[in-house]
Design a protein around this ligand. Structure first.
Ligand code: SME
Length: 159
């Protein structure tokens, strides 16, 4: 496991490209999902200083707050509710440029302005979501979707 994360500069894409092998090294050889999710959330926070970054994990018909970095957050989200519950139900990545324009958005913090949510898939089953929030509008695009998804796919190589 790497001793410390090397935070990189450059374009957003260059930053993801520099970060991904470091996350791969960080989680390789560790089978515990929660430990790996915790280090992924911390790595993303350290590199990009996102307002909020973390995981919700599926439990029956709800998502329950998992490892995260940022301000305190809602603990439970029902399937189909908010951006997280919609991403889970639709099994889709959802990019929200303006949270106020997303019907049913759950405001854990009034400072959050845009967000991206990706399904977390293990053994062909959605087990939760990754949620990244920004305090600026229009922070996320297809580059974030592509590379955040690559980061989630790394988890399939650890078990
Ligand atoms: N905004 C999310 C809720 C989670 S928090 O932002 C951390 C949603 O609408 O699902």
């Amino acid at each position: 496991m790497a001793e410390e994360l090397k935070v990189s500069g450059g374009s957003k894409e260059e930053q993801y490209i520099a970060l991904i092998p470091q996350i791969a090294a960080l989680i390789s050889g560790e089978k515990n999902l929660i430990a790996n999710l915790a280090n992924i959330a911390a790595s993303l926070k350290q590199q990009f200083n996102f307002f909020w970054v973390g995981f919700y994990l599926a439990e029956d018909q709800e998502l329950v707050l998992g490892p995260f970095q940022g301000p305190i957050a809602c603990t439970r989200i029902k399937k189909g509710k908010g951006v997280c519950g919609s991403s889970w139900e639709k099994e889709q990545i959802i990019i929200v440029p303006d949270v106020e324009a997303f019907p049913g958005h759950i405001a854990c913090s009034s400072l959050s302005k845009s967000e991206i949510v990706l399904p977390l898939i293990q053994s062909n089953k959605i087990i939760g979501v990754l949620d990244v929030d920004s305090d600026q509008y229009n922070s996320f695009d297809d580059i974030d979707a592509k590379y955040l998804n690559e980061i989630l796919l790394l988890l399939n190589t650890t078990s």
